[in-house]
Design a protein around this ligand. Structure first.
Ligand SMILES: [Zn+2]
Length: 174
């Protein structure tokens, strides 16, 4: 397993719609493992393949982040929201591609997601609370949508400028 670099917004690869994964090969399974390792290392609770510059509909997440709780990792190929609640939830979101930036986003409070797991089995599960927010945030990545796209244009522009500056600074010190 290896830790892979995470793209920072703005990057055209973060704005693309990712392609369905038709064959969950050994290479794809290894990618899912690398993504989990990269996510835990960051540390984060979710990561989508486009954030590594890869156009695959694959995400990983683990929201069991309370101290002492056991890891509860998910790797989802071709995830789809098949039901969402009318109830909404406001959660402060962040993103590994938009470091140190947080904002409230309103989303359905509960969702049912269908996906294929790394062994090729079809899975379906209901997610609530932080898990529901996280899985919707990550599925958005597969459609080229970032959480800042839900903010007012001015706020989004300010964040984008902050990230451009961060990228310039990182490039200088790299
Ligand atoms: Zn994100």
């Amino acid at each position: 397993m290896s830790i892979r670099p995470i793209l920072i917004h703005p990057d055209p690869r973060l704005k693309k719609v990712a392609d369905p994964v038709s064959d969950i090969s050994g290479e794809m399974q290894r990618l899912a493992e690398d993504m989990l390792e990269t996510m835990y290392d960051a540390p984060g609770i979710g990561l989508a393949a486009p954030q590594l510059g890869l156009p695959h509909r694959l995400l990983v997440m683990d929201c069991a982040k309370d101290e002492g709780s056991r890891p509860d990792p998910f790797a989802m190929f071709n995830p789809e929201v098949v039901w969402k609640s009318d109830d909404r939830n406001i959660h402060e979101e962040g993103c590994l591609s938009i470091p140190e930036t947080y904002a409230d986003v309103t989303r359905p409070a509960e969702v049912v997601v269908r996906w294929t797991d790394p062994t090729g089995d079809a899975r379906e599960e209901k997610f609530t609370g932080l898990w529901a927010t996280c899985v919707q945030h990550e599925i958005d990545h597969l459609d080229g949508i970032l959480f800042i796209d839900y903010l007012k244009p001015l706020k989004r522009q300010l964040i984008t400028r902050k990230m451009q500056k961060l990228k310039r600074e990182r490039a200088r010190t790299a």
